[in-house]
Structures are given as C-alpha cells and as structure tokens.
Design a protein around this ligand. Structure first.
Ligand SMILES: Nc1ncnc2c1ncn2[C@@H]1O[C@H](COP(=O)(O)OP(=O)(O)OP(=O)(O)O)[C@@H](O)[C@H]1O
Ligand SMILES: [Mg+2]
Length: 427
C-alpha cells in the first residue's frame, strides 16, 4: 500500500478520499488542512506522494521544492474540465495532473506515474558528480538548449559585474542572443551600470511569476527588456535588503526557461559561497547565497573573477578552493585590473606564475587595468563594447567572450519557435 497525503479544496476532498479508499494500492496517510500542514506531514515522512489541488493557498515553486526535498512526489488536482487550473499546475512544473473527479484506477495510475518520474529525476549521488563534466561534452554536440555562464568572484569588487556585462554585450554584438541576469543578492548594480531604471521589475518579478506558475516566454520577455540588439537584461533587486525574494527553486525555473529562449544566459552572482542552510539548520528559511549557488550548479561555464593585486589574488586562490568543493564546472579564471603598480614588473607573467603555483591554474584570462575606459562607460551608462571599443579592457574581454560563444548549436524546431516568440515579445 502506498501512503498518500491529500491537500485539496473542500469541494473535491470527499470524492477523492472515497476513490482512494476503494483502492487496494493507496491509503490516505493524512488529509492536510492547508499548505503548512502538508509541508509538516511531508517533512515528517508520512508519505511519498501527495495529491495537491491548484487552489491550495500559497502553493508555489518554493513549496513544491520543499516537498521534493522531503522526498514527496506531487500529483496536481484540478477541477473537472478546469483548463486554467490544469495549465497553472503544469506551469508550476507538475508533470502528472488528474481531474478532481478521477476514479480509483486513474488515481492509482497517477500516483505510480509521479513516483516513477520522481525516481528518474532524482539527483545522482555526489560521488557520481564529476566537476568539469559539462566541459567534457564537445561544444554544440547534442546540445539543443542555451548555455548558462555564471560569473562569480570573491569579495572585494574584483569586477564580476564588469566582466558579466561586457561578456554579455560582446556575445550579443557578435550575433549570439544573450540574456544578462543580475542575481547578486548583496547589491547588484547591472541596472545602474547600464543606466536602466533601478526600480525596473526585473529578476524579482520574474522570480515572483515563477513562484506563482505564471512565468512563460512572453512574461520573461516583458520583464527583460532588450538594451542593445540581441542583449536582454533582467535587472537585480532595487535594494539589497529584498534578498529573501529571490528563492532558489524559482530562480532555477527562470534560468531553465532562459535556456530555452536564448543562446547564452550570463548570471552576475554574489561573492559568498557559504551555504546558509547548513549554517542555520532551518531548511525553510530564505537563503541569501542560494541564488549564487543555484546559478553555479546550473552553469555550463563558470567564470571566476579575481583582482590583479596581492589581496585580490589571495582571495581568488581561496575562492577557487571553495568552488572546487561545489557541484559546478571547473572555472575559467579571469584576473581583472592587471597592472604593474600592484604586483611589480611583467605583471602578466607574475600573475600566471602565482596562479599556477598556488591554484594549479594554467591559462587565466588577464584583463588590464583600464580606468579611463571603465569610467567613461560608467559615466555614459553604456557597455565597454559601445563606449570604448578599442580599449585594452574591452579587447581582452572580447577575446574571453569569443571563447564562450556556442559553436553552431543544433536548434530544435520547438526551440526555434520559442525563440521567435521571445525575439518578437514585447519589450
Ligand atoms: N579592468 C578594469 N580597469 C579599471 N577599472 C575596472 C576594471 N574592471 C572593473 N573596474 C572598476 O572596478 C569597480 C568594481 O567593478 P565591478 O562593479 O565590476 O566589481 P564587482 O566585483 O561586481 O563588485 P561588487 O562586489 O560591488 O558587485 C568599478 O568601478 C569598475 O568600473
Ligand atoms: Mg557587482
């Protein structure tokens, strides 16, 4: 017998429970009154499957993520012939849904199906995970989805945003449709850097839509305006204290959708890699570093940006060690603001030697210190690509972007349709 939790609206509960009681395979473990009751029952391990109706208050991606982490697979329940409710359940990510008037056999089938799907989707054991395996895949082969590039760097403002913005702008300028996402929960400033309204809804609204199951291609296109041809931007939080709004599960949905509609998604991450969940022991509390950790874990490429001076390099070396312990690809190392004044003559050679010696890094990208070009770009609110195309910093970052451009990805027909809607979507 399979134990089942139910959390469905009063209208349908009696009928569903009666149908389950007729089953020889299913038994009701608990009739949950609301979402909190359901989450508590799931955390207590009362059942491995739950029947949840779309009308359940506050049912969103975070709640479903919590259920998944508790090992509970969810069957969505919609009103008979209620297409709106069915669509919403599917947008929330539920693959198996049934009508509230389903008979015993249909309910048994749905529970078996959702448990099989959950087993197939279960994450591979940590020991099976090989850092850098994404890079082992030959570029473009069998890859129908867009890539995610996470730009990370330690504390001390080494230039994460500069690298993220410029790389995204370069990719777009070279004909690769690109989405730039500001996911820095400690003070994202992509909006200011590009002179966009900092009260633009951006990522916070996209995440909210994802939480409520209403994020689709058109909504994402509306929230991510095109700032230069081929470059769309999801701006960050207007104020850093709103960080609890960016939930990991919803950000994952945003990035997953982005993969379907744009060739490259560049994510400007925060600096901290600490897992706040482990620190607090409270699995329901919002986690400030979760967006960074989520972006890193979904990334096909990680750029690790460090500052080209002694303290910055030391932080970078430590940061690379911390990155090595996370489930993300081996990073491409970028050292920014390289200058002789900070490290001595022949700064490139010294930095390469130090990184090779202390972190085993073989060929870092080096970006020269270029105060005048960066200041001019910030002052005009434009990208380096537009403002100072001949500047040394831009040329170095263009080379880096060139190495990230996807090489002739085969694009499926479904994806091409989605991308057309995205390109044509309202700005
Ligand atoms: N190559 C460079 N040459 C000169 N100045 C640079 C260079 N790269 C970045 N800067 C400047 O350094 C400052 C910090 O850069 P940026 O905002 O990109 O860093 P960050 O790592 O995103 O910082 P934060 O921790 O604030 O998010 C900015 O004023 C930027 O213009
Ligand atoms: Mg920044």
């Amino acid at each position: 017998m399979r134990a089942v939790l139910t959390a469905v609206s009063d209208r349908y509960e009696a009928g569903l429970v009666t149908a389950i009681e007729r089953s020889r395979e299913l038994v009701v473990a608990r009739r949950c009154a609301d979402l909190a009751d359901l989450l508590a029952a799931a955390s207590a391990g009362l059942a491995r499957v739950a029947l949840v109706s779309g009308e359940l208050r506050e049912l969103d991606r975070s709640a479903l993520d919590h259920l998944a982490r508790a090992g509970v697979a969810v069957v969505g329940v919609h009103g008979p012939a209620d297409e709106v409710s069915e669509t919403r359940l599917r947008q929330l990510g539920l693959d198996v849904v049934v009508a509230a008037d389903a008979d015993t056999e249909a309910l048994e089938g749905a529970c078996v199906a959702v448990l099989q799907t959950a087993a197939a989707d279960a994450p591979v054991a940590d020991a099976d995970w090989v850092p850098g395996s994404a890079e082992a895949e030959p570029d473009g082969v069998g890859r129908a989805e867009g890539r995610v590039v996470a730009v990370w760097g330690p504390t001390g403002a080494p230039g994460r945003t500069t690298v993220a913005v410029t790389v995204a702008a370069e990719l777009a300028a070279s004909g690769t449709p690109t989405l730039l996402v500001d996911a820095d929960t400690y003070g994202g400033c992509v909006a200011q850097t590009l002179s966009l309204l900092d009260e633009a809804p951006g990522l916070a609204a996209a995440v909210r839509a994802a939480e409520h199951g209403t994020l689709d291609v058109a909504a994402l296109a509306r929230l991510a305006p095109e700032v230069t041809p081929g470059l769309r931007v999801l701006t960050g939080l207007p104020t850093a204290e709103r960080w609890p709004e960016i939930g990991a599960a919803a950000l994952e949905r945003v990035l997953t959708l982005a993969r379907q509609v744009t060739a490259v998604t560049v994510v400007d991450c925060g600096f901290s890699l600490e897992d706040d969940e482990e620190l607090s022991y409270d699995t329901l509390a919002p986690r400030r570093n979760a967006p960074t950790l989520t972006a890193l874990s979904l990334a096909d490429t990680v750029l690790a940006v460090g500052a080209g001076e002694p303290i910055g390099l030391q932080r970078l070396v430590r940061g690379l060690r911390a990155l090595g312990a996370l489930p993300c690809p081996d990073p491409v190392v970028v050292v920014n603001r390289v200058r002789a004044e900070a490290v001595g003559w022949h700064p490139e050679r010294r930095i390469r030697d130090a990184l090779q010696r202390f972190a085993g890094v073989r060929s870092p990208y080096l970006v020269p210190d270029d105060r005048s070009a960066l200041d001019a770009a910030l002052l005009s609110g434009r990208t380096l690509t537009e403002e100072a195309p001949g500047s040394p910093a831009r040329l170095a970052l263009a080379e880096l972007a060139g190495s990230l451009a996807p090489a002739g990805d085969p694009v499926s027909r479904r994806e091409r349709r989605a991308r057309r809607r995205w390109v044509a979507g309202p700005v």
